[in-house]
Design a binder for this molecule. Structure first.
Ligand code: SF4
Length: 372
């Protein structure tokens, strides 16, 4: 049975992870540019899913779709894909492939078809699966997030309980290559419950990594209230990055409260100042056009963007109401002319990147200014 993987640039780390997981069951996911063979697998996000709709619907092979969009809207995706993986793929995808190969029709937990669904009966333990195999990927160190930010799909995908790959396992993969980067919703929460940091565990992890590591920057980030003297000392002492990436999202405390971000604008200011004191460049994310933002809220965000840009860089994104989030179905608010002008000017000066004017850009292009 020939199983293919549809090459989609933004899903390249999912490919590395699932190639490794399926390889243990004897399936090689052959990368392809169009559906072929017996089965073609897709990982879809909520922006690129429409681009692949017809390709999947009219494929001459069986199709399996997973990823954030398939998990958030499985019924919709099951209308055009033969099998939809709802949730994590490391266990379910090889199990589904074995089931199909055995002629049993793919009716297994965690998979939706047009006429059948049974929720997954497992949760992935990261240590039980390789971070990657022959195709190098980023090492996923943590999955799940205890926060509930209104725009974010992560807790819906992976739950509110943080699961960590063990120090030995992270180091095993990090030490295979000269440079390593990590995946986590909040890298500074590694080893913890996501609320109370465990600097001792992070330091133990760093001590076991023999080569260059980039921590708390692309492709992961950290939360602003985790930026402190201890965390920055660890970065300065053990890591290769001179930048740290964290989310501010808004300059208005009222908006941050409505988003359930769990931090204030002052936390962001403190984090930026601490980075500056440690000679680390802050890269700070903002979302503009949130549905409940007033003009004054948007101006407060503009002021914070301008202030951060003096000592760091900003990523500004236009709000997208992603399915599966508490803000799904809401409408993005237009930008004030002065905010558009501010973003344009900062972009021209190389201080700002992102998709403040076109929300879809962020799912197709990788920001480059946080890659050392
Ligand atoms: S934005 Fe970050 S902190 Fe908030 S829910 Fe998503 S992963 Fe968690």
């Amino acid at each position: 049975m020939q199983v293919n993987w549809r090459n989609i640039h933004v899903a390249r780390n999912s490919y590395a992870v699932l190639l490794a997981a399926c390889g243990r069951s004897g399936f090689f996911l052959q990368p392809v540019e169009s559906p072929a063979g017996d089965i073609t697998c897709y990982s879809l996000n909520s922006i690129n899913a429409p681009l692949y709709h017809d390709e999947i619907a009219f494929a001459d092979c069986l199709t399996i779709a997973g990823g954030p969009h398939a998990t958030a809207c499985p019924e919709e995706v099951a209308e055009y894909a033969d099998y939809v993986i709802v949730g994590e793929g490391e266990y379910t995808l090889p199990r589904l492939l074995e089931n199909i190969r055995g002629g049993d029709g793919g009716r297994i937990p965690g998979v939706m078809t047009r006429d059948h669904y049974e929720p997954a009966d497992t949760t992935v333990r990261l240590d039980a699966y390789p971070a990657f195999s022959v195709t190098k990927g980023y090492v996923e160190i943590t999955r799940g997030c205890p926060f509930s930010c209104g725009y974010c799909q992560t807790p819906q995908l992976f739950g509110h309980c943080m699961r960590h790959r063990s120090i030995d396992e992270v180091a095993k993969y990090a030490n295979r290559h000269g440079q390593s980067r990590f995946v986590s919703p909040n890298a500074f929460a590694y080893g913890s419950d996501g609320i109370h940091p465990r600097w001792d565990k992070i330091e133990s992890l760093f001590r076991q990594c023999r080569h260059q590591i980039f921590f708390g920057t692309f492709p992961s980030e950290v939360r602003p209230e985790f930026v402190c003297g201890e965390s920055l000392d660890l970065i300065s002492r053990y890591c290769a990055n001179t930048k740290l990436h964290f989310g501010a999202q808004s300059g208005s405390d009222a908006v941050l409260r409505q988003l359930h971000r769990g931090h204030t604008a002052d936390d962001v200011i403190t984090a930026v100042e601490l980075c500056r004191d440690h000679a680390i460049t802050p890269i700070v994310d903002f979302i503009v056009g949130l549905p409940f933002e007033t003009d004054d809220d948007q101006r407060a965000t503009g002021e914070l963007i301008q202030w951060v840009a003096r000592s760091g860089n900003v990523h500004v994104h236009r709000f997208i109401p992603l399915p599966g989030t508490s803000l799904a179905g809401s409408t993005a608010r237009p930008l004030l002319k002065e905010i558009e002008k501010l973003c344009g000017n900062l972009a021209l000066r190389g201080k700002l990147t992102g998709s403040w004017d076109d929300p879809e850009i962020r799912f197709f292009r990788r920001p480059s200014n946080d890659i050392p």
